[in-house]
Ligand binder design. Structure first.
Ligand code: URA
Length: 279
């Protein structure tokens, strides 16, 4: 292999591993942080020969489930939080999800805490990872326009978060293990934010939060009763398409518009005055 081909192969390997953009001038050795450890040591899950190369037919997102310990630790840390600030601190302190190692920022939330509407997406992308805020990239801009069309605005009456607070490298799909390790945090997040209505965008978040097996095409436009693990108030939850999917498949915007109208109707019938904003 000549030098050019070797350099191209190396770049392709980086992109495959999720290192697909240059963010700073100096590299940061995130593995140097001794407090952040992968949820499951790779050595415990596969023999060296199996670790060197991905088995044929196994997707890049197929990673080992996190140890039960990670899920239990997430549950107790999340449940112990009595406020959104405590929950944010607990998340910053949580070392049970390996995505934290590769992420630039922990993306907690944006918008108005205590707002009547809470939107929950899947995971931060590159823009969100850089900014430390959910839905600020192209799909976030579409989300803002969709919300504005029914009088919603993250500066006044919407609160936004994701199931995962850390970006999966290269925007790959999150694994079940990663979702499992972080689920308790978003569940507690919803309990503490106490929205009147929840909007779950995208199939991955709908499956995780609503505990369903169907794809988003079957779930969208339907209302579910969401209840947190503490057994508090039941919150009506509407599933809809993810704005990133709508950017790729604009023909589905008609269905998303129906969902937005259903949400608007629900808010009107519940007597929620969107113009009033949140104190
Ligand atoms: N997609 C998501 O699901 N969440 C974000 O914050 C950005 C893109």
């Amino acid at each position: 292999m000549d030098a050019r081909a070797a350099a191209l192969a190396l770049l392709a390997w980086y992109a495959e591993a999720g290192a697909d953009e240059a963010i700073g001038h100096e590299p940061i050795d995130r593995f140097a942080n001794p407090r952040v450890v992968p949820a499951v040591p790779l050595a415990a899950t596969a023999p060296p020969s199996a670790r060197r190369r991905r088995p044929a037919g196994r997707s890049r997102s197929a990673r080992p489930m996190p140890a039960e310990g990670s899920i239990a630790a997430a549950r107790s840390a999340a449940l112990a939080a009595r406020s959104l600030e405590e929950l944010r601190a607990a998340l910053l302190d949580f070392d049970g999800c390996a995505l934290k190692v590769t992420a630039t920022n922990t993306v907690f939330a944006d918008g108005v805490a205590g707002a009547p509407v809470m939107i929950v997406g899947e995971a931060p992308g590159a823009d969100e990872d850089r900014a430390g805020k959910p839905f600020v990239g192209l799909s976030g801009q579409l989300l803002d326009r969709m919300l504005a069309s029914i009088g919603l605005d993250r500066r006044r009456n919407v609160y936004i978060s994701n199931v995962l607070p850390w970006r999966p490298p290269g925007n790959r799909n999150p694994t079940e293990g990663e979702m499992g390790a972080c689920l308790a945090f978003i569940q507690r997040h919803i309990e503490l934010a106490a929205p009147r209505v929840l909007v779950v965008v995208g199939g991955t978040s709908a499956k995780a939060l609503l505990d369903r097996r169907e794809g988003i095409t079957r779930l969208r436009g339907r209302w579910f009763d969401w209840q947190g693990p503490s057994g508090g108030a039941v919150v009506p939850a509407l599933a809809t398409y993810h704005p990133a999917y709508l950017l790729r498949s604009p023909a589905q915007k008609a269905s998303a518009w129906k969902d937005l109208l259903a949400l608007k109707r629900w808010l009107t019938e519940a007597g929620i005055d969107l113009a009033a904003g949140v104190e």
